[in-house]
Design a protein around this ligand. Structure first.
Ligand code: IMP
Ligand code: MG
Length: 179
């Protein structure tokens, strides 16, 4: 285990099982529909690719990026779209795929933003949810696991761009970010 990790929350095997369950629900809910899965960079790349390859419905993918966090662990209030989708989502069923739903700032903004392109529907799929931290009302339609108010890294999630490569999800030791 990486020495900056306090404890492992979800192993590779557990993550794989979470992805199986989430994909199964999506495949059943979207049968016969055309899905555009939108990966929110950068944190959700691992989850996105594991989930997307489990989809059996008619689907395409796109990417977008937004910034609200900066490089630390405290979320800023304003959200900026730093990379937009490139496909036409009008009339399509969009699923936003996120790594973690924290204050809700980013996802509520991205959802409203994508709705302005007149898709048939927009739903949110998040691997992790920290409901205790919510300041903006937003609910995920698909949630992998609910976690407490801890700083989590690995499997795409970073602290200052580090730890994204860890194959598991773990809690970062507080001494790493409280200085
Ligand atoms: P929100 O706008 O506060 O909901 O923040 C969402 C974004 O903040 C996520 O997409 C992550 O990139 C980042 N984030 C929130 N909590 C954590 C965490 O525990 N570890 C790593 N990144 C996090
Ligand atoms: Mg981040």
């Amino acid at each position: 285990m990486n020495q900056d990790i306090e404890k492992i929350l979800f192993t590779e095997q557990q993550i794989s099982e979470i992805c199986d369950e989430m994909a199964e629900r999506i495949n059943s809910d979207y049968k016969g529909k055309k899905v555009v899965a939108v990966c929110v960079l950068k944190g959700s790349i691992m989850f996105f690719s594991d989930l997307f390859r489990r989809l059996t419905v008619d689907c395409s993918l796109d990417f977008m990026a937004a910034s609200s966090y900066g490089s630390g662990t405290i979320s800023g209030g304003t959200v900026k779209i730093t990379k937009d989708i490139t496909s036409d989502i009008a009339g399509k069923d969009v699923i936003i795929v996120e790594d973690i739903l924290d204050t809700g700032n980013t996802l509520s903004y991205i959802k409203k933003y994508l709705e302005s392109y007149s898709p048939a529907s927009v739903r949110i799929c998040t691997l992790l949810d920290k409901p205790e931290r919510r300041t903006v009302e937003v609910k995920a339609d698909y949630t992998g696991k609910v976690v407490g108010d801890q700083f989590i890294v690995g499997y795409g999630l970073d602290y200052d761009e580090k730890y994204r490569n860890l194959p598991y999800i773990g809690v970062l030791k507080p001494e790493i970010y409280i200085k």
